[in-house]
Design a binder for this molecule. Structure first.
Ligand SMILES: NC(=O)c1ccc[n+]([C@@H]2O[C@H](COP(=O)([O-])OP(=O)(O)OC[C@H]3O[C@@H](n4cnc5c(N)ncnc54)[C@H](O)[C@@H]3O)[C@@H](O)[C@H]2O)c1
Length: 351
């Protein structure tokens, strides 16, 4: 099995590459532009394996994508490269339009032309997995769950750009017969998570005794999935998912943001019983513009059709995550001291 993973130096991409290289035994080509969010240190555990190689390239570069695909001859392309942070999309949407929409278009076209050259078993086996988010569905009220049939209603420049790319991917299947499958996953957390997102930011701020920013009143709800559960789901969907279908991925772990931050505090209190309670650091800050109230995934289709089930509960996963950050300062310290030190993003300036 030969697999291209785009965005493989990012949070989810690196978990997927580590899984495919170490546990599945696939030959993997990781393609990544290495933006601020891309980090080869996340791939250290497998960087010397003979079934792993890396290409630094931009998915918007058609010649580079065509060359990479035609040279490597993948059975699967798993497309994760994206600008992924909602707050950054509020401040500057251009890169999101460029990478998430234009980049997906470039990759679909390169894949389509490669697919046309295949025959027999190689053609049968080929899949293009487009990896997306539940944020394309917009916001839920107090009840209900996102189904694969839920209409798209994105709120942020990030989710709108992902929604556009989902539509392109499905259109390339319907129009050109490219064997595309789409996955829409809820919020991920776990090791190697860039410390701009809620969970790693608050773990590291708490460790350093800094304020723990909670947007609005902290009542927004996300459905948390441990990243290694997502990696397994992606491999399963690429291998066994039905062509032209969408699969929702989620761990049935809805939590209010304030509960997540309190849980991080409680976990750190246990690790450092001599320190004053970390909850004293919680600071409510101005809400994110267009902040969706609630996301919750119905993963029944993935569970019943493909037999996937999340292995990690939020309670077990968050403890593992906090412990990982405590043990791996070598990974996050250069980021905190370099590309991002924790300042607030996504605030609209007054006109
Ligand atoms: N993080 C989540 O909770 C979540 C949930 C559901 C879906 N997703 C989707 O999963 C994918 C991965 O998310 P993530 O959290 O790992 O993101 P991330 O920001 O951690 O990683 C993105 C990676 O893409 C690379 N990249 C960005 N622009 C590129 C370009 N033009 N060419 C090549 N590489 C480029 C970056 O260098 C980085 O390594 C994204 O498509 C995202 O929309 C994320």
């Amino acid at each position: 099995m030969r697999i291209i993973v785009t965005g493989g130096a990012g949070f989810i991409g690196s978990a997927l590459v580590r899984y495919l290289v170490s546990q599945v035994g696939a030959d993997v080509l990781c393609i990544d532009k290495l933006t601020y969010a891309g980090n080869l240190a996340s791939l250290k555990a497998i960087e010397n394996k003979p079934n792993y190689r890396f290409l630094k390239a931009d998915i918007c570069d058609r010649a580079a994508m065509t060359d990479a695909i035609e040279t490597f001859r993948p059975n699967h392309i798993m497309h994760l490269a994206a600008e992924s942070h909602v707050d950054r999309s509020i401040n500057a949407a251009g890169d999101f339009i460029e990478t998430n929409i234009q980049g997906t278009f470039v990759l679909l076209e390169a894949a389509r032309h490669y697919y046309a050259t295949l025959s027999g078993e190689e053609k049968e086996a080929f899949r293009f997995l487009h990896v997306s988010t539940d944020e394309v569905y917009g916001s839920l009220g107090e009840d209900g769950l996102f189904l694969e049939t839920t209409p798209y209603d994105p709120s942020s420049p990030y989710s709108a750009s992902k929604a556009a790319s989902d539509h392109l991917a499905i259109a390339w299947q319907r129009t050109y017969g490219l064997p595309v499958v789409v996955s829409n996953c809820s919020n991920n957390y776990g090791p190697y998570h860039f410390p701009e997102k809620l969970i790693p930011l608050n773990i590291l701020n708490a460790l350093e005794g800094k304020p723990l920013p909670v947007y609005g009143d902290g009542s927004n709800i996300r459905d948390w999935l441990y990243v290694d559960d997502h990696a397994r789901a992606l491999h399963l969907i690429a291998s066994k998912g039905r062509i032209g279908e969408k699969y929702n991925v989620g761990g049935r772990n809805e939590r209010r943001n304030i509960d997540v931050v309190q849980k991080i505090c409680a976990t750190l209190d246990s690790a450092f019983p001599d320190r004053p309670p970390h909850e004293r650091l919680i600071t409510f800050v101005a809400d994110r513009p267009g902040h969706d109230h609630r996301y919750a995934i119905d993963a029944t289709k993935l569970e019943t059709e493909l037999g996937w089930k999340a292995e990690e509960t939020f309670e077990s996963g968050i403890v593992r995550t906090v412990e990982w950050y405590l043990a791996n300062e070598w990974w996050w310290e250069p980021l905190r001291g370099g590309v991002y030190s924790g300042e607030r993003l996504g605030v609209l300036k007054k006109a």
